[in-house]
Ligand binder design. Structure first.
Ligand SMILES: [Zn+2]
Length: 309
């Protein structure tokens, strides 16, 4: 869920719906909930990462004249005086966070992100913000442990160990159109085989320039399918524990019904609770608005005193 219109209609981020004074839309990443309202007749300039621009051109047929791919870490200045900088968001490939400066206001817009050291360093360089819009998907100011899934590297290592221990079973992995590539790559590297994905999905990986995918099932026993497809009741009946293992990478492991042969692995491309708390400690004392609810985000009560000190 993205909360789009920033600075009271001055420009748009992650939505094409709504009025804006400046003719720009900033797109943090190529997930459909961050592209709402994108239509054939779009006349706004779209500022994004080079990869997101490639998706917009090849999939949505946005004309080159409207696409403004930008490199991260530089400060870019638009003719109207709006200046901005981007930082890789550690979400899906091509995802960015943006920091904006316009008419004396400094705003951070995270889009979806998973906090890491690079983001921390970039944020510290940006200085204090007047307003922050943040992806708080798994943040809870009061509960601590529930949403504290492990770092990605740790999860990827355990996936590698798991697939190597399972003999010659077919490995089915839950994916999105874009996102979770690190899981597919880890399994592909461990077994030295490409990943089969259905023909209609392979173009998304080709746009990224990834070469470990195939649309020929005979070449491999690793298969990537949409998570909804792999957890579909009817389809799961065809799964045999002797011949298959199914990996569902998701932070919401508790959400799915337990089934034999299914492994719900806490791999996420959003911040866990600890990471989001660290993020809050860096942007403090900015006003932080949730991109998921549009409401103000509370700082964790037990940390607030420390943060103030
Ligand atoms: Zn996303």
């Amino acid at each position: 869920m993205a909360f789009g219109n920033i600075l009271d209609g001055t420009f748009l981020s992650d939505t094409f719906s709504g009025q804006s004074e400046l003719p720009y839309v900033f797109i943090t990443h190529y997930h459909s909930d961050h592209l709402t309202g994108l239509a054939k007749g779009n006349k706004r300039y779209i500022i994004s990462s080079p990869l997101t621009a490639r998706y917009l051109h090849h999939i949505d047929k946005v004309r080159h004249e409207l696409l403004y791919p930008v490199l991260p870490y530089y400060r870019h200045i638009l003719p109207e005086g709006l200046s901005f900088s981007a930082c890789p968001a550690n979400h899906c490939p091509g995802s960015y966070l943006f920091s904006f400066q316009y008419k004396g206001s400094k705003i951070l817009y995270t889009g979806d992100f998973r906090f890491n050291d690079e983001i921390e360093e970039w944020l510290r360089e940006q200085g204090e913000f007047d307003l922050v819009y943040a992806d708080d998907t798994y943040y809870s100011p009061r509960q601590y442990k529930d949403n504290d899934f492990p770092p990605q590297e740790e999860v990827l290592e355990s996936i590698t160990t798991l697939v190597l221990s399972k003999g010659n079973r077919d490995i089915l992995i839950g994916t999105y159109t874009i996102g979770k590539e690190k899981v597919l790559k880890a399994v592909s590297d461990a077994l030295q085989m490409p990943v089969y994905v259905p023909e209609k999905h392979i173009k998304y990986y080709k746009i990224q320039g990834l070469d470990y995918f195939t649309s020929d099932k005979q070449q491999t026993r690793i298969m990537g399918y949409r998570i909804g497809y792999l957890t579909n009741e009817e389809w799961t009946r065809g799964i045999s524990v002797e011949r298959h293992m199914v990996i569902i990478p998701t932070a919401m492991t508790f959400y799915f019904r337990k089934r034999e042969g299914y492994y719900y692995i806490p791999y996420s491309e959003h911040c866990n609770n600890t990471e989001f708390r660290r993020f809050l400690s860096i942007v403090y004392p900015s006003r932080v608005i949730s991109l998921n609810t549009g409401k103000k985000i509370d700082y964790p009560p037990e940390q607030l005193d420390l943060l103030k000190g």
